[in-house]
Design a protein around this ligand. Structure first.
Ligand code: MOS
Length: 752
């Protein structure tokens, strides 16, 4: 064992650190939502509507009810009261689908739940659900992929807050475009995409009198608590949400969906725990998706490449009842310097389940469009695409008129060029070859916002020399357990394996959502302050403890370093381990709470806070057999200080692979007759897999952003997915001469 002093010299912050929860996962001891079992547990399987527009006329449950092992078939008349929820203060009470399940007989999307079979086993419940006969009054659904904005007022409601359809405006974008020497006017389309985390959505609901506990696969236990408390008319303290491990969510698990209140309502009616695991098919129907977008980008530039006008008009589809906003314009107004700009959106209602946030919501499809436009403009101007970004680098956030807290896009571009070998690129289409293949090289920039959500945490320093850190956030597979262990180990001066991290339970101090790539940056100040307060309490204890060199000292005279308490005047080398002092005092633990405020949605920020980066991509093209491969990617990310580069690189590598899927494979197809997402399985909905993964090189710049938190760490989960599809389509153009402006790239696009 290393001594505490040796450990203190080797700070875990900024070091490659393996997952502290890794052994639990690889040995199968990590409990995911559907791994919780209780005596008398019953299984629920929802009945899915097989139309996308119309009304339920008759529900014949006679055969299903009679099946042995069936406990109940629930529907509108026997499920009991389920209330609507409404948004509270801040990130509370959020849901992208407000209608409680079974509220009326109207069907607005394919797969909408119309009944629920509950039985002793999953198999019986499934058979019973299949045996429910539903008669519909069927109308033709609208799942049209051509998106024309509905006629709507200038301000429209969205899930979070009302939004101006004209999101940003400066100068005279139309006039400047008309008189610009060089113009580009193109429309880019991104398809509906479906989140496919490994772990399916799942709820296990357990009632004890009027208290409800939910074992839920969610990215936000506290929001789930507030929504479900409202849906069952309960005080929040009567609802507990437990989420120990999540097999990822990609945004689909940010807010609760209808299976969750259904499990709770069925459990209430039957007086038994009920579990619902959403099937892979249902994952395409009732738990959100990234909506289809159609984005017109108009750029006006001077002959030297300086932008004079930028217009970004986008339309996306949304559900019949709800108002999820795919904010494709999120980055448009600040990424480049341009005096005349206008960003506006419209929406088109379709018979689809509500869309929701999917990794890098808004910015990812948005940057596909705007970065593609920049690449096309560069070719039009015969300017290197990297140089075009350099020419248009802003000095400040021109949309808000405030400085960036820390922006190092130019350094990203420099490093990316060097690591990729960009100087060897020859501009002409099809001019680069290797091993009989045509090479295409493309690039794009990326950005994602950075901020903090409110967070609270508790740190215990214990008499056996161990440390416990607790926070009601959750680890969605990204490494949050490890991050908290690192921070606590650093502050308490102990090794990582001396730290116990407790997450994923609403009995813990309120933690942030695991979303917006903000969990890490949000918990840092809370954990640091909790640790400081625990140390403060420890020093108090020391001044009261006989037999220590600290009794009768004033607290201010004492210091703490490397896990030891010392008299400042005598220096840290004469320190006493905190465990020794606690044992002598007969105190099990010194405790401290910490809290940090949100910076998200600040109406008057002093700084514009974002992560930045760029991707350089190589594709190989084999024209004789129309084979396109992404062969090499270099990504450079400026995300402030990186707490755990090992986990950080894996975040960006995963994002690059997902970006490859976005560019080349992912596409949810709705059948025009039935309105069903017809490729609702992992065979027909193609995601990028290991065999598709190119050589990926990830580099982080290291510019701590002290506006975000003491450690200067911004988020890294989402920025890596932004821009990658535009870099790939640019590389495809460089290899083949074909501009793909509608994702995903299809073989037939390239057969010219
Ligand atoms: Mo992410 S789409 O904020 O989970």
């Amino acid at each position: 064992m290393a001594t505490t002093q040796e450990i203190a010299k080797v700070s875990p912050i900024g070091r490659d650190t393996r997952r502290v929860d890794g052994p639990l996962k690889v040995t199968g001891r990590a409990h995911y939502a559907s791994d919780f079992h209780f005596p008398g547990l019953l299984y629920g399987v929802p009945v899915e509507a097989t139309i996308a527009n119309g009304q339920v006329m008759k529900l014949d449950i006679a055969a299903a009810e009679k099946m042995p092992g069936v406990r109940a078939i629930f529907h509108r008349d026997n499920i009991g009261k389920i209330f609507r929820s409404v948004q509270g203060v801040g990130f509370e009470g959020i849901s992208d689908e407000r209608r409680p399940p079974f509220e009326d007989d109207i069907i607005r999307y394919y797969g909408q739940f119309v009944a629920l079979a509950v039985a002793d086993t999953f198999e019986v419940a499934k058979a019973a659900a299949d045996a429910v006969l539903v008669t519909y009054d069927k109308k033709k659904p609208n799942v049209d992929t051509e998106l024309k904005a509905d006629d709507e007022p200038d301000v429209v409601p969205t899930t979070i807050a009302p939004a101006q359809r004209q999101q940003s405006k400066r100068g005279d974008a139309e006039g400047a475009f008309d008189s610009a020497p060089v113009k580009l006017d193109q429309t880019y389309v991104t398809p509906t995409e479906t989140h496919n985390p490994l772990e399916l959505h799942a709820t296990t609901a357990v009632w004890e009198d009027s208290k409800l506990t939910l074992y839920e696969s969610t990215q936000s236990i506290f929001n789930t608590r507030s929504v479900l408390a409202q849906m069952f008319g309960l005080p929040q303290e009567n609802v507990r949400v437990v989420t120990k491990f999540v097999g990822s969510g990609f945004g689909s698990k940010l807010w609760p969906w209808t299976h969750c209140p259904l499990a709770a309502a069925a459990a209430r009616q039957l007086g038994k725990p009920v579990k619902i695991v959403v099937s892979r098919k249902m994952m395409f129907q009732t738990v959100g998706h990234r909506p289809r977008t159609q984005q017109r980008v108009r750029l006006g530039a001077a002959a030297d490449g300086k932008l004079v006008s930028l217009q970004h008009d986008y339309v996306f589809h949304h559900a019949i009842l709800d108002d999820y906003h795919e904010d494709c314009g999120e980055t448009t107004a600040f990424l480049y310097s341009v005096p005349n700009l206008r960003v506006a959106f419209g929406r088109a209602r379709r018979n689809v389940g509500s869309p929701t946030s999917m990794r890098g919501p808004g910015a990812v499809p948005g940057l596909y469009a705007t970065e593609s436009a920049m690449n096309e403009l560069a070719d039009q101007l015969q300017i290197d695409p990297v140089q075009l970004r350099v020419i248009n680098e802003p000095k400040m956030d021109e949309s808000l008129g405030i400085p960036f807290s820390s922006r190092h896009l130019l350094e990203c571009l420099d490093l990316g060029k060097e690591k990729f070998g960009w100087s060897k690129r020859t501009r002409e289409v099809g001019s680069m070859k290797r091993d009989g293949l045509t090479l295409g090289w493309g690039m794009a920039a990326c950005t994602w916002f950075a901020a903090r959500f409110p967070a609270e945490a508790t740190v215990h320093l214990r008499d056996d020399g161990t440390v416990r850190v607790a926070c009601g956030t959750q680890d969605i597979g990204t490494g949050t357990y490890t991050n908290l262990a690192q921070i606590a180990a650093e502050k308490a001066g102990v090794s990582l394996n001396q730290v116990e991290v407790e997450l994923g339970d609403t009995v813990l101090p309120a933690g942030p959502i695991s979303g917006g790539s903000m969990a890490t940056s949000s918990v840092i100040p809370a954990v640091l302050s909790a640790a400081d307060n625990a140390i403060g309490s420890l020093l108090n204890i020391a001044t009261l403890t006989p037999g220590t060199p600290f009794q009768t000292r004033k607290r201010e005279d004492l210091g703490f370093e490397g896990g030891k308490i010392f008299v400042k005047a005598n220096g840290p080398e004469n320190g006493v381990p905190f465990a020794d002092v606690l044992r002598r005092a007969n105190i099990r633990l010194a405790s401290g709470n910490g809290k940090s405020a949100t910076t998200f949605g600040n109406p008057k920020p002093k700084f514009s806070t974002h992560s930045f980066g760029c991707h350089f991509v190589e594709v190989t093209w084999h024209p004789e057999i129309a084979r396109l491969r992404v062969s090499r990617v270099v990504s450079v990310i400026d995300a402030g200080r990186i707490l755990n580069p090992l986990a950080g690189r894996s975040q960006v590598e995963g994002a690059v692979v997902m970006g490859l899927g976005m560019a080349m494979f992912e596409h949810t197809h709705y059948d025009h007759e039935t309105g069903a997402p017809i490729n609702s399985n992992l065979a027909d909905y193609v995601v990028a897999v290991n065999a598709d993964a190119p050589t990926i090189e990830v580099h982080f710049l290291d510019f701590p952003d002290k506006e975000i938190n003491e450690l200067g760490a911004r988020g890294i989960g989402e920025v890596g997915l932004a821009g990658i599809a535009a870099a790939i389509t640019a590389a495809v153009h460089h290899a083949t001469g074909v501009r793909v402006r509608e994702l995903p790239i299809k073989i037939e696009d390239l057969l010219t």
